[in-house]
Design a protein around this ligand. Structure first.
Ligand SMILES: [Zn+2]
Length: 409
């Protein structure tokens, strides 16, 4: 895929002109925001492609590589959520008839959530607690004893209860359950259109990097067998009566559950792209920098999505944020390179063109650059980089004015 992206970078040069024009910008943007580039999630295939595309564009222009080891790339490591180790099981013991045991498979019946506590969780009784929300006017826990119990809850919040939406996120429910002294929390999806994928993988950041409480999402199939078929009706019926707001409080269930949860931190790598246009034969002492972030949020697997329901796991194309900024960086690089060729580049300082990755996850790429630069320059960035222009979301201004922010100068 990277080899293909390199070809795209070359043909981007061939099919564009040195002047700054709308057509070039549009073509660059459309490539970066194309389906093939999968929304450029940091560390993902789409980010490798987008960075390869840009590096090959810079190379064709004849810019000097300014990344690591004579390349255009500057790699950085980042915390990419968690992954399961071999120590994961979930056992459900049915009390009626006593002794029947079901062993669940991680990945098929359930998955531990990113903020789950790891370790052995001893057998405990189970209480179904509706949406697991405690508010003044709405209390899922009233008359329920959930101390030291697993609580089983629906994700999200009841339909048409806007004021309860803020209690919907997984992390809020886990914190609430912890406050009530629950042993762990189990989340069910059901036919809720406002909730994303059924099993939420531990690689996905869902609002906290801290371990809160043993927490797992389960399949609707398992949820159905835990909750349905009782005197309370089918799983679907139970979901509907809570979702519509008819019922609020849950009830104890005839199961005890034990688990082993094993999550390890996962490291991944992203990369910046950096190139230098030299004004003279040698590098100038000081340089001006022009850049933007090249990453977007990919398939939403690392969080940051504002999509709802099924849409959370689709490609987030990021045309405006920030294929638009990188398209402008490319256009400027091409323009100034051409000026230099014509002998018209009348500047004192070199221009460094940069594309940062990891921005959406917390400015990881640019932070890494700053750290490395400080190591090189004795804790100082200025004046070796005397000014930096960052381009972010310049694709939908239309009739609105350009917004310019100054910071830290
Ligand atoms: Zn942005």
């Amino acid at each position: 895929a990277e080899a293909k992206a390199k070809e795209h970078g070359k043909s981007a040069i061939e099919s564009s002109s040195a002047t700054i024009n709308q057509n070039d910008l549009k073509n660059f943007l459309e490539k970066l925001a194309s389906e093939e580039y999968e929304g450029r999630g940091t560390g993902d295939k789409g980010e490798r492609m987008a960075t390869a595309y840009l590096a090959s564009f810079f190379e064709e222009l004849g810019l000097e590589p300014a990344g690591n080891d004579g390349t255009y790339f500057q790699e950085f490591g980042f915390n990419a959520g968690k992954e399961m180790n071999s120590g994961n099981h979930l056992t459900i013991q049915i009390q009626e008839p006593l002794g029947l045991v079901r062993t669940m498979k991680p990945g098929q019946h359930y998955l531990p959530v990113n903020f789950s506590v790891s370790g052995e969780i001893k057998s405990a009784r189970t209480v179904f607690a509706g949406f697991g929300i405690q508010d003044k006017e709405y209390n899922s826990f009233e008359n329920l004893n959930v101390k030291d119990a697993w609580i089983l809850v629906f994700r999200g919040s009841p339909k048409d209860r806007k004021e309860l939406q803020k209690f919907g996120p997984l992390v809020n429910k886990a914190q609430q359950a912890k406050k009530l002294g629950a042993r762990g929390i189990i989340y069910m999806k059901g036919p809720n259109p406002g909730v994303g994928k059924m099993l939420v993988p531990p690689s996905q950041n869902v609002g906290s990097n801290n371990e809160i409480l043993p927490s797992i999402t389960i399949s609707d199939e398992l949820a159905g067998s835990l909750l349905g078929g009782t005197e309370n009706g089918s799983f679907q019926d139970i979901f509907e009566s809570f979702y519509s707001g008819k019922k609020v409080q849950g009830f104890p269930l005839p199961y005890s559950i034990s688990a082993q949860i094993g999550l390890d931190k996962k490291e991944d790598k992203g990369r910046n792209v950096i190139a230098r246009l030299k004004v003279k034969e040698n590098r100038s002492e000081e340089a001006i920098m022009v850049g933007g972030h090249i990453d977007h949020i990919g398939l939403g697997t690392r969080g940051g999505t504002r999509a709802k329901g099924k849409d959370t796991s689709l490609i987030h194309f990021g045309a405006d944020d920030n294929a638009s900024g990188i398209a402008a960086v490319m256009e400027l690089a091409q323009f100034y390179t051409d000026l230099k060729k014509q002998g018209k580049l009348d500047l004192k300082r070199d221009i460094i063109f940069a594309a940062w990755s990891g921005e959406e996850m917390g400015l990881f790429g640019s932070k890494h650059f700053v750290k490395k630069q400080k190591e090189l320059k004795g804790d100082k960035i200025y004046p070796s980089i005397s000014a930096y222009l960052n381009l972010d979301m310049i694709g939908r201004l239309e009739e609105k004015p350009l917004i310019v922010h100054g910071t830290g100068s």
